[in-house]
Write a protein that binds this ligand. Structure first.
Ligand SMILES: [Zn+2]
Length: 223
């Protein structure tokens, strides 16, 4: 699926994990409230590490399922020379950039969910492409993470029609994106991330983080 869809899934995972592993949950558990280390005199507790770790792992593996279901959506691998693609592609990329910026501005902690939700693409389409280029087109076959997605499709979605080349299937992803946006809104109303009293980031750090993620995504395009 497109970046925006992965980002929204990462955001929702973040909200749910932070809600389930709340401060209240940690209160009754000595081990979870224990200080592990401190950043600039602000203690970092075990529960904070758990939230980051579990969010990252779930977001990482979410890519398999989200990309698996992309067979029901428009994801052309050929036929790029048509008006619909030329409008669709920049629009969907721009919307991903907007979601990335809005989410990071709201709360920098969304970065864990978002980065790991697209880690497969950062790795396969950017990092490995650069490495392969540097090593004269080396075959890095077994290192590609998207083979997990193909295994998922073979195992669970082998029966399904493949709509990658059908422009009308873009509607499916628009519907998924809409449902995720509504879920994000509703979840933020109910389970907003608690105030980050421990560690205050610079007001503009969200722009730097967003730019770094954007550059990492674009890295593969230069090679
Ligand atoms: Zn992917």
């Amino acid at each position: 699926m497109n970046g925006i869809t992965h980002f929204l899934v990462g955001i929702i995972i973040t909200i749910i994990v932070w809600h389930l592993l709340s401060d209240k949950w940690a209160e009754g558990r000595n081990w979870a409230s224990k200080e592990v280390f401190s950043i600039k005199d602000h203690p970092v507790r075990m529960v904070s590490l758990l939230r980051v770790g579990i969010t990252s792992v779930l977001a990482f593996f979410s890519h398999i399922i989200v990309d698996g279901f992309a067979i029901f959506t428009y994801h052309p691998y050929t036929n790029f020379d048509n008006l619909f693609y030329k409008i669709w592609m920049p629009s969907i990329l721009l919307s991903a950039a907007i979601v990335l910026l809005i989410a990071l501005k709201k709360d920098i902690r969304y970065s864990f969910g978002m980065v790991f939700s697209i880690f497969f693409d950062l790795w396969d389409h950017s990092t490995l492409r650069v490495v392969s280029h540097l090593y004269g087109g080396a075959d890095l076959g077994s290192l590609y993470l998207h083979q997990l997605e193909w295994a998922f499709i073979d195992r669970f979605l082998a029966w399904a029609p493949v709509l990658y080349l059908n422009p009308y299937a873009a509607v499916v992803e628009i519907m998924i994106i809409s449902a995720l946006l509504i879920s994000w809104y509703l979840l933020e109303q109910r389970w907003a991330l608690p105030n980050n009293t421990n560690y205050q980031t610079n007001k503009y750090s969200f722009i730097i983080i967003a730019a770094l993620i954007g550059l990492w995504i674009l890295l593969g395009e230069f090679f």
